[in-house]
Design a protein around this ligand. Structure first.
Ligand SMILES: *Cc1c(COP(=O)(O)O)cnc(C)c1O
Length: 386
């Protein structure tokens, strides 16, 4: 039996070694604190679970779903975009598509747009699925440089012309996982103009649109003039509504891109369970104070960890958004060395910046999805190792 070459070309799972050590330690009864994974630790809000409980009993929902998402779900997505961002011109029939989580949309966009040998521009520090999707379609990724001095805004304009000529898509994600950086409007406008000039589909991953602090509310790229000519935006209910396990999100924007992605999906999956879509409607159109409550929890944890890290001499800035703190490793360590040291000596798991791309060296990502007392305990343990 011989599997496809692309499987061999996927990068090794960077957390495999850490997972192995964690399991080994836990088997020995050692208390390991994980600040590695971005997965909300509090339950899905009650009214959303209740909507699901009701929806699951309707026999109509037990049949195949509408592949593109139920008309009610797509209308709710468009309405949420109107209420939340003032984007009021989305046609639910042609410009909205249900996704089985936004990860699914990211990976499948490669099937819809990339031929073997094509290129995509992907963040030099970002969610690994952008480049993973390219590997699965035998296409290539060009890592856009991202640097602290310009706020980790990906430098798409540095892409060499010969690569740009063969590029189909550019992926951007702000608020950013893992850097927690946010993008100003001028940057979004510049990215849209660049995508137009070079005939690229701009894929805007807005998985953290709902997690903002100190008054910051992330924009939709579709608020920007002319965005719909070149952009498809991906939204997820995972982080904002504590629904990671439910697998629901949506794509919105350019109708040609929405249609192409829908065609791929028609041939691969048969849509998400309609009852889950009904729960997601309850999330998007129901009371939004649960989102604010979650943001309050993350803000409190952010402050705890930023204060504690600064107190032990690590330089950290308080992020305006996301469920992550992106911190510089102390002098004298690489990301991998520091991650390893913290696991070995403090029994704390953090994610090495290099797991997110070549420009992540020198940083670690700390996730805020762990209860306050465990976060503080983790920082105390890290302090003891320094
Ligand atoms: C979590 C995450 C996703 C995936 O979200 P799902 O909707 O759960 O698939 C996509 N992009 C980024 C940047 C993420 O952090």
């Amino acid at each position: 039996m011989k599997t496809a070459a692309c499987l061999d070309n996927l990068p090794p799972y960077l957390f495999a070694e850490i997972d192995r050590k964690r399991d080994e330690k836990r088997a020995q009864g050692i208390d390991v604190i994980s600040l590695g994974i971005g997965d909300p630790d509090t339950p899905t809000p009650r009214h959303i679970v209740d909507a699901m409980a009701e929806a699951i009993r309707k026999p109509i929902n037990h049949r195949y779903p509408d592949y593109a998402g139920s008309p009610a779900y797509r209308r709710a997505c468009a309405e949420w975009m109107r209420r939340r961002f003032g984007v009021d011109d989305l046609d639910p029939d042609t410009e909205v598509l249900a996704l089985i989580g936004s990860k699914e949309g990211i990976a499948h966009l490669h099937l819809a747009f990339s031929n073997p040998g094509d290129w995509s521009l992907v963040p030099g520090i970002g969610y690994p699925v952008y480049s993973g999707g390219a590997v699965l379609t035998n296409s290539n990724s060009w890592y856009m440089p991202m640097h602290e001095e310009d706020g980790f805004l990906a430098r798409f304009w540095e892409c060499p012309p010969e690569i740009l000529a063969k590029s189909k898509m550019m992926f951007l994600c702000y608020p950013s996982n893992p850097t927690a950086a946010t993008a100003p409007e001028e940057y979004l406008d510049r990215a849209i103009a660049f995508a137009k000039e070079h005939d690229l589909l701009l894929v805007y991953d807005n998985a953290y649109s709902e997690i903002g602090f100190d008054g910051y509310q992330a924009p939709s790229i579709l608020e920007r003039p002319g965005a719909k000519e070149v952009c498809i935006e991906l939204f997820s209910l995972s982080k904002g509504y504590n629904m990671t396990g439910w697998r629901i999100g949506f794509a919105a924007g350019n109708p040609q891109a929405v249609k192409a992605l829908g065609t791929i999906k028609n041939n691969l999956d048969s849509g998400q369970f309609t009852a889950i879509q009904e729960a997601a409607i309850a999330a998007m159109l129901g009371p939004q104070d649960c989102v604010q409550q979650m943001c309050d929890i993350y803000r409190r944890r952010r402050d705890l960890i930023v204060d504690a890290l600064n107190a032990i001499g690590m330089q950290v800035e308080a992020p305006k958004a996301t469920i992550y703190v992106w911190a510089k490793v102390p002098d004298g360590y690489t990301s991998a060395q520091f991650t390893e040291k913290v696991l070995e000596e403090a029994n704390v798991i953090v994610a090495a910046g290099t797991a997110y791309g070549p420009y992540g060296e020198g940083f670690i990502r700390i996730s805020l999805t762990t209860p306050d007392d465990r976060i503080l305990e983790a920082v105390q343990r890290i302090k003891a190792t320094l």
